[in-house]
Write a protein that binds this ligand. Structure first.
Ligand code: HEM
Length: 411
């Protein structure tokens, strides 16, 4: 077995400057065995070409049940919530994944998401209008987490009086890190599932607009989606969709604050917003690691034997800074072209909500920059606190001084 390479992918130092650790790793140990919480080890993939190969190779599975024994499965999944967490899109492989993806994907297609633009713009405008008139503002609760949780809940339920409760749960549920699920996360998921079950019953009795209603009427050759499949989907889009978009808005804002020339450029040329969003997702992807994949049959990579049942993690942030693919990867350049970053993953598990995440970013950044032309970080970078855990690298709070807002010029 290969030696374990000592790296701390959860430390604030790493999150501030991932390349200091990942650069040497990518050069010398492109497939590295590292320790992960709970006493386990995983293979960490750091080169772009290898990351792509893993995304496309069916020998790397998402459903750990396909490589675990029955006893191990019983140990890892002791409750309904954990069972549900094993059955959503991101934890299944073909043919189950193909069927679920075919049912859910049309509802997140770019043309459909475009129809939500007005709603998202209203959410962004209302959010910014509520900023305090003076004093420092923490951009995380007031901007970055507010917009995505409101957007996802409003799209799920157009008019329901349950919306505020759902938003409250969405705000409480943190993205699951690598390792065991904590008790408070389990409780929040349990509460959310009870709520969604009630909603499903209500919508079945009195159909209403919104994604939840659409899913209830979705059928394929195997019949309608089951309540469990819908519950699993609601759970993943609230946990992954909200947290990841919050990460884009927080990391993107921090990058612009750290690079005032790029912030000015984006303000002057809003037509660069699309490429700016891609550059944010390349430079500081919110999910620095993908969710785990599991080796289904022994295979060789860079001289190592990866055995059936081994965990494999792709370092998205390392692949996104691979000098073999990105010229001057250390430059944050919102005009970058041919930006083949892996911020939304790739292959059959490519992010289902990518168009929605992009739409939220494209709407939120111009509004923020236009409203606060003198916005600046109000604490030294080293004092910005980071989320705990290995999977997500996003500031927990981002205090900014806004000075006085210009008369709101939101469109
Ligand atoms: C900018 C924001 C977002 C980022 C950076 C992001 C990132 C990602 C990444 C990297 C993956 C692939 C993980 C892997 O292969 O292991 C993924 C998958 C997924 N994302 Fe997102 N995401 C974002 C927004 C959203 C939104 C808004 C939603 C839903 C409303 C969403 C729902 C999903 C789902 C359901 C999957 C699993 C797809 C599958 O396995 O087939 N994401 N996301």
């Amino acid at each position: 077995m290969a030696e374990i390479i000592e790296v701390n992918l959860a430390s604030p130092e790493f999150k501030c400057d991932p390349e200091r650790i990942l650069g040497p790793l990518r050069a010398d140990h492109p497939v590295a065995r590292i320790a992960v919480p709970d006493g386990e080890t995983a293979w960490l993939i750091t080169r772009w070409k290898d990351a792509n190969a893993v995304f496309k190779d069916p020998r790397f599975r998402k459903d750990e049940r396909s490589v675990l024994s029955a006893e191990e499965i019983a140990r890892t999944c002791s409750s309904l919530e954990e069972e549900l967490m094993m059955r959503h899109l991101s934890k299944t492989d073909p043919p189950e994944h193909t069927r679920l993806r075919a049912c859910f994907a049309p509802l997140f297609a770019p043309h459909r998401v475009e129809g939500w633009r007005e709603d998202v713009q209203t959410i962004v405008n209302d959010t910014i209008a509520q900023f305090p008139r003076s004093g420092p503002v923490d951009l995380v609760p007031s901007f970055a987490s507010h917009i995505p949780s409101l957007a996802v809940c409003r799209l799920l339920l157009r008019s329901s009086h349950y919306q505020p409760l759902m938003i409250e749960y969405a705000n409480h549920i943190t993205a699951r890190d690598i390792g065991p699920v904590t008790d408070d996360v389990k409780q929040s998921i349990k509460d959310l599932l009870v709520l969604v079950k009630e909603l499903i019953q209500e919508i079945r009795a009195r159909p209403e607009e919104g994604l939840l209603g659409d899913w209830l009427s979705t059928e394929d050759s195997e019949g309608p989606l089951t309540t469990e499949e819908i519950l699993a989907m609601v759970s993943i889009i609230i946990r992954a969709g909200v947290a990841a978009t919050e990460g884009l808005l927080t990391n993107g804002a921090l990058l612009l604050l750290q690079h005032p020339d790029q912030m000015d450029l984006l303000r002057e040329k809003p037509e660069l917003t699309d490429s700016a969003i891609d550059e944010m997702l390349r430079y500081r992807p919110p999910s620095t690691l993908t969710t785990p994949r599991w080796v289904h049959e022994d295979l060789k990579m860079h001289g190592h034997t990866l055995r059936r049942g081994d965990m494999v993690l792709v370092s998205v942030v390392a692949a996104n800074h691979d000098p073999a693919v990105f010229p001057h990867p250390e430059r944050f350049d919102i005009r970058r072209r041919d930006n083949h970053h892996l911020g939304f993953g790739k292959g059959i598990h490519y992010c289902l909500g990518a168009s929605l995440g992009r739409l939220e970013g494209k709407t939120a950044f111009p509004a923020l920059l236009n409203s606060f032309p003198r916005m600046r970080l109000s604490c030294p970078l080293e004092q910005v606190p980071w989320t705990p855990g290995m999977k997500i690298a996003v500031p927990q709070s981002l205090p900014v001084a806004l000075d006085r807002p210009v008369a709101c010029s939101l469109t």
